[in-house]
Design a protein around this ligand. Structure first.
Ligand code: MTE
Ligand code: MO
Length: 325
C-alpha cells in the first residue's frame, strides 16, 4: 500500500507525484486530447494552490497535505459544490440541501462503532478531528465525483479509524448509517427513502487508502449540505455510496442492506464501481457531464474505476463486474 500521509517537508519533489499516478493522469490527458476536450483548458488553469481556499464561512482546517492520489484537474467552484447537492434528508431538489442545512446540528456528534470488533464504542467528532485531522495526517484528496464535480476533500483514511476498534476476522463488511432525526433532517418526515440512509463496503474496500472519511472541503469544515460533520468518500464508486452525516458504523459478517440497491436492485448494485462498460438500465454511463465546467469540458468519457484502476482493480480480480455491479 502506498504511504499517503507525510509531512510536507519530508516529501522530495520527485515523489509528490508518484510515477503510476502521473502516468494514469497523463493517459487521461492523452485520451482527453484525442476526444478534443479538457487538455488545453487544464494547461491554462492557475496553480492549484490558489484555488483551494474556501470563502471562510466555516472554520479553516490547518496542516492540510495534498494526497499523491489527487487528480491534477481544476476543482469545481466552492459555490457549485455547496449548492448543487443530493441529500434527500434535506429535500430532493438539488438546491434544497443548501437551503435547509441550517436545521442540522453537528455538535455534539458521536459515531457508534459496533458489530464484529473487539473494542466497540463511540467516538465524538471533536476527538476524530483532533486525532485525525489536526496532525500531519490530514490530507486533501482532489477527486472527480462520479456525478460531475472535482472536489478537494479534506479527510483521512477510513481504515485509520476502523483499526482503533479492532475488527475481528468475522468482519467481512462495514455498514454505515446517517443520522435519523426528522427535526434536524426534515426530509425524513416523508418516506421518500427507507430512513436512515444506509451504505456499506466490503472490508478490503473500506481499508483501501483511497477510501476516506471527509470532514472538510476546500480546507474548511464541511457545510451541512455536503454531509457535515463527517461523510464517506469512495472515489472509484458512484456518488450514492458516499453516505453523509454518519452516526453508525457496524462491522458485519454478511453483506449489509444498502438504501439504493434495496430500493431499486436492478438499477443500483452494492458495488457501484464506476464502469463505462456497465450501463444503468435507463441511461448510458459511457460519458459524464461536469457541473459548472466550461461547455468544452462538459461531456467527457467515464473512466474505469473513475480513473483509479491502477489503485483498485486488484480488489475485483476474477469478479464478474456485470453481475456484481
Ligand atoms: N445521507 C445521505 N447521503 C447521501 C445522499 C443522501 O441522499 N443522503 N445522496 C448520495 C448521492 S446520490 C450523491 S451523488 C452524493 C452527493 O454528495 P455531494 O452533495 O456532497 O456532492 O451524496 C450521497 N450521500
Ligand atoms: Mo448520486
Amino acid at each position: 500500500m502506498p504511504v499517503l500521509i507525510k509531512k510536507p517537508d519530508s516529501i522530495p519533489s520527485s515523489e509528490i507525484t508518484d510515477r503510476k499516478v502521473w502516468e494514469s493522469r497523463r493517459r487521461f490527458m492523452r485520451e482527453a486530447a484525442v476526444l478534443g476536450i479538457g487538455a488545453g483548458l487544464a494547461a491554462l488553469a492557475p496553480p492549484a494552490s490558489a484555488l483551494l481556499t474556501g470563502p471562510g464561512r466555516n472554520p479553516r482546517i490547518p496542516n492540510v497535505v495534498e494526497s499523491p492520489l489527487s487528480t491534477g484537474e481544476t476543482p469545481t467552484e466552492y459555490d457549485d459544490i455547496t449548492t448543487y447537492n443530493n441529500f434527500y434528508e434535506l429535500g430532493t431538489g438539488k438546491s434544497d440541501p443548501a437551503a435547509n442545512a441550517g436545521s442540522l446540528k453537528t455538535r455534539p456528534w458521536e459515531i457508534r462503532v459496533e458489530g464484529e470488533c473487539e473494542r466497540p464504542g463511540t467516538i465524538g467528532i471533536e476527538e476524530i478531528l483532533r486525532a485525525f485531522t489536526q496532525e500531519e495526517r490530514v490530507y486533501r484528496l482532489r477527486c472527480v465525483e462520479a456525478w460531475a464535480m472535482v472536489i478537494p476533500w479534506v479527510g483521512f483514511p477510513l481504515g485509520d479509524l476502523l483499526k482503533r476498534f479492532k475488527p475481528t476476522s468475522k468482519a467481512k463488511y462495514v455498514a454505515f448509517e446517517t443520522l435519523q432525526d426528522p427535526k434536524q433532517l426534515p426530509g425524513q418526515e416523508r418516506r421518500v427513502l427507507d430512513w436512515p440512509y444506509r451504505e456499506g463496503l466490503r472490508m478490503d474496500e473500506a481499508m483501501h487508502p483511497l477510501t476516506i472519511l471527509a470532514t472538510g472541503l476546500y480546507d474548511e469544515l464541511l457545510p451541512g449540505q455536503d454531509g457535515a460533520p463527517i461523510r464517506l468518500v469512495v472515489p472509484w464508486k458512484y456518488g450514492f455510496k458516499s453516505i453523509k452525516s454518519i452516526v453508525s458504523i457496524r462491522f458485519t459478517e454478511t453483506q449489509p442492506v444498502t438504501t439504493w440497491s434495496d430500493l431499486a436492485p436492478r438499477e443500483y448494485g452494492f458495488y457501484a464501481n464506476v464502469n463505462p462498460k456497465v450501463d444503468h438500465p435507463r441511461w448510458s454511463q459511457k460519458y459524464q457531464r461536469m457541473i459548472g465546467a466550461s461547455i468544452f469540458a462538459s461531456r467527457r468519457p467515464t473512466l474505469m474505476f473513475n480513473g483509479y484502476a491502477d489503485q483498485v482493480a486488484d480488489l475485483y480480480r476474477g469478479m464478474d463486474l456485470r453481475k456484481f455491479f
